[in-house]
Design a protein around this ligand. Structure first.
Ligand SMILES: [Mg+2]
Length: 397
């Protein structure tokens, strides 16, 4: 079997790919909804994979893996990897989880960092109101993640929040020391959310990156005993093109609050320090950024050997990412906590995929489907309606 083409389209805002073969089997995968600009980068890999056997996933990956980087530049390689597993599963007639070692759970836990409600302000009551709405969702999420500090608008909307000048355009890396006023405000907001969730639902907080080492430890110690499931990306993290394990090592050993990072990191090699030095308690790579599903599996197993937990990122990965995360998470060792539920935006995403109806959340879990490949396929007739003009050939051959 040989790969005949790699096609990319932007659906909604998600980059999506089809890898076609000379035997008619097709693999699909998607990337984050924030990355429509990646299409030319994705197509760069076409000539590097055409002619290869897609069912020898690792052999294909060896040819392209080094041509990627930290978020957002690992997405193309990651998508190709996931689409290859989709093909390999379809050819073997088994779900992808069988090829990743087999499932050890029949349903996988998800957490909510996606179905959010607009904050009416940055005061404690606003965070509490939003948290109540998320707690009341019919999915009955067992962990809910909220952005605070440098990861939401708190750093710019709360007067004198930190010793710095906020820049709100683009992805400017705002960072700095919190003022005492800012720190107390942050803590009041966390307390208000924790009060709503009580001990029924875990509270995860996406905090940065941008906090100083000192503030990170101060926050971690202040929330001890408050049912905070983890503090995410306080120092480095989202869109940080490096790891800096040493900084986390000044925090993690000195608090009982779980410290989490890793969504921007590309490839297993870049997790070695975090894992071996136990610089954080929980790592959360994203399959659409880290290099794909087998990459995730390797990292999760290595983390487990060192006592680290695993809570994959995924909020922007779209419904193709959702399907892939379900397959992967079924196979992860017991250091698995939950993955971050992605959604389909716009909502017509739910109408263009066959099999998506199997991936509904009940009681914070999704039942793992037994359909060959990643378990969903495009309904081409429906999807064509949403293809952009320059993507019209997406379903040709
Ligand atoms: Mg995050």
């Amino acid at each position: 079997m040989k790969i005949t083409d790699l096609k990319c389209a932007i659906l909604g805002n998600n980059p999506v790919i089809r890898i076609t073969t000379d035997e008619g089997v097709v693999g699909i995968a998607g990337g984050e909804t924030y990355k429509p600009y990646l299409k030319p980068m994705i197509l760069f890999y076409r000539d590097l994979i055409v002619g290869k056997d897609p069912t020898d996933v690792e052999r294909v990956m060896l040819g392209i893996r080094r041509l990627g980087a930290f978020k957002p530049w690992g997405t193309a390689v990651s998508m190709i990897e996931m689409a290859l597993w989709d093909i390999a599963g379809k050819v073997a007639g088994v779900p992808v989880y069988k090829l990743l070692g087999g499932k050890i759970r029949d349903r996988v836990r998800v957490y909510n960092g996606n179905i959010r409600f607009p904050l009416e302000g940055n005061q404690p009551e606003h965070y509490a109101q939003a948290m109540q709405k998320m707690k009341d969702l019919p999915e009955r999420f067992s962990i809910i993640k909220q952005a605070v500090a440098f990861h939401d608008s708190m750093y710019s909307n709360v007067d004198k929040f930190y010793y710095g000048t906020p820049v709100t355009e683009g992805r400017y890396p705002n960072r700095g020391m919190l003022t005492e006023k800012g720190f107390k405000h942050l803590l009041k907001c966390v307390e208000a959310m924790a009060d709503v969730l009580d001990d029924e639902v875990g509270l995860a907080l996406d905090c940065g990156p941008g906090m100083t080492v000192g503030d990170a430890l101060k926050l971690a110690k202040a929330v001890e005993g408050m049912n905070v499931t983890w503090l995410e990306d306080m120092i480095t993290g989202d869109y940080t093109p490096y790891v800096l394990s040493d900084l986390y090592l000044q925090v993690t050993p000195y608090t009982s609050t779980a410290i989490h990072t890793g969504e921007q990191i590309y490839l297993r090699q870049n997790f070695i320090e975090l894992i071996e030095r136990k610089a954080v308690n929980i790592i959360g790579p994203d399959p659409a950024d880290v290099g794909g599903l087998a990459e995730m599996k390797f990292i999760a197993e290595y983390a487990d050997l060192h006592g680290l937990l695993f809570a994959p990122h995924g909020t922007g990965d779209g419904l193709l990412g959702l399907a892939a995360l379900v397959q992967l998470s079924a196979t992860l060792p017991d250091n698995y906590i939950a993955f971050e539920l992605p959604s389909g935006e716009p909502k017509w995403w739910f109408e263009i995929l066959n099999g998506i109806e199997n991936l509904i959340v009940q009681d914070s879990h999704i039942v793992v489907p037994d359909i060959p490949g990643i378990g969903i396929t495009f309904n081409e007739q429906e999807t064509i309606k949403y293809l952009r003009e320059d993507d019209q050939g997406f379903f040709d051959n």
